[in-house]
Design a protein around this ligand. Sequence first.
Ligand code: 0CM
Ligand code: SF4
Length: 329
Amino acid sequence: MSSSVTLGMPTIGGSVLLADPRGYCAGVDRAVITVEKALDLYGPPVYVRKQIVHNKHVVQNLSERGAVFVEELDEVPEGATVVFSAHGVSPSVHAEAAERSLKTIDATCPLVTKVHHEARRFAADDYRILLIGHAGHEEVEGTAGEAPEHITLVETPEDVDTLEIDPGVKLSWLSQTTLSVDETMEIVRRLRAKFPHLEDPPSDDICYATQNRQVAVKQIAADADLVIVVGSANSSNSVRLVEVALEAGAKASYRIDDVSEIDERWLDGVETVGVTSGASVPDDLVQDVLSYLAERGHEGATAVRTADESLVFALPPELRRDLKAAGRA
Ligand code: 0CM
Ligand code: SF4
């Protein structure tokens, strides 16, 4: 079911369709608040392993407030506090942190942690696990690290053709949380055709936020000459929104980090502009885009709502405990 809510005046130059849901998901909200509260409670510097979420502006803003982003734990001084990003870490990273006596706060999204649990369970039952995802993405590194000897990465439908697995081996699949639903289902169809005994995960690994943002962008893309997606280049779910928009019929679609990256020529001959953003994107960046469009005759925006989201995750227990002890819970 979709519904429309008119947010502004009718347009003269052209119309704007604003995807809803878009922007922050529950896991990103929790991860960003975790760093903010850690900075308030412990004082800077608070170290963060990798980008807390894949958004350039979020990272810049937190850096200005005293967060120090590092690639690996050996950059963190002994005994300091380090936050693990929303994308999760492998058990070896937890072990290294313990060895170096670091105080850790784990901001891994609970929906990523769920996939880690599934990986551990299938591995304990001696399954070969086909992990659908992108090589080098931090979430994939973390999930694969749960059972490296059991996990094989599958990145594309074509990868399925080269897989060789003994029919006697128990087989399951899992996925990264931020993939294209349609492409993932295509990979699973191919896997099942080749390995009929393939077992499904107990529940969807592609998270509710990724799915909802793809449904919403599909809805606006069919009627849009141009779809602008706000999100960073390394944000898997944001990049997928451009692909999904194009597949759903948008005549053009571009990803931008912020309004400064819009090329005015994209608007030539454009009547309807669709706007959305990835799960790691603060909404003020989207509002800047709407102002830019309004100044160029695309005034008012019609929100196209395809789902209501109300999920909120509790902060990491180690942080809640410290907040409580400090009387700031
Ligand atoms: O996984 P992805 O690259 O889409 O990460 P993100 O930080 O852009 O979005 C939120 C998440 C997670 C896990
Ligand atoms: Fe969690 Fe999904 Fe958000 Fe990633 S995109 S942080 S898995 S809710």
